[in-house]
Design a protein around this ligand. Sequence first.
Ligand code: ADP
Ligand code: MG
Length: 288
Amino acid sequence: ATPTALLVGTGRGAQLGILIKGPEVLESTRAVDTVVLDKTGTVTAGKMSLTDLHGDDDVLRFAAAVEHASEHPIARAIVAAAEERLGALPPVEKFRNAEGLGVVGQVEGKTVLAGRPALLDQHGITVGDEFAQVKTAAEARGATAVVVAWDGEARGVVVVADTVKPTSAKAVAELKALGLRPVLLTGDNTGSAQAIAAEVGIDEVIAEVLPADKVDVVKRLQAQGRVVAMVGDGVNDAAALAQADLGLSMGTGTDAAIEAGDLTLVRGDLRSAVDAIRLSRRTLGTIK
Ligand code: ADP
Ligand code: MG
């Protein structure tokens, strides 16, 4: 394409709510055949809320006290529910964020853990059949279970759920119509990821990926000869966005993701990713 065509394309992008870092970005979009979609905050709204509490009020109170120090959407949901039901929360000390696993801290002299069973395993705590079943059932409907433990024992489960953005299923259908293969990538559990994928029409799911490993998933797909666009919003997506042949950041996401991407979808709507790919093909004359 001529420089003029690329500039016109870039201007058109701005009108569509797509901020393109440089005219050359439109060129790299052309060969994309795979679109990797982060789940939380990209396909889903990223605004979680509490749906179930298995255990007494202390389960919610201790979990929320520790989560208070975390910025994760799961943490926000637990804290909001606890503050509404129980009022002020006790302070947390020695807080530690176990990346992609959960949180740990001291509350009222007890070491409290809240997160995936793998986090409890690391501390030699068994989840138990009852809580494992609650977890499986929650995940089958696309929710996320947070197991809560203190004094060396699992005490309860807090279930939080996110909602799929209203435009995500349509966007996925349009990506497929353009001949692209959508892949759902998430740190969340496989059960929940598959439920969300089914809801929006994605067949390929890569779940339980630690934040630092998302970039390796992109590299692996590229090694298979696929040309990869990645759409993400989180700090944990930044390296993968930079590694992808085309990085698309949600304008509603974190600064780290926006800096790492080649273009920003201002509205945080997946349909803008479809618009970006169409715009590129049109600008470069592959479709009319
Ligand atoms: P995603 O890729 O969906 O943004 P993350 O990598 O941030 O997910 O987290 C992966 C998983 O780790 C979550 O689904 C959850 O099970 C657990 N987790 C992460 N942070 C927290 C937290 N603050 N509290 C409880 N669990 C957490
Ligand atoms: Mg995310």
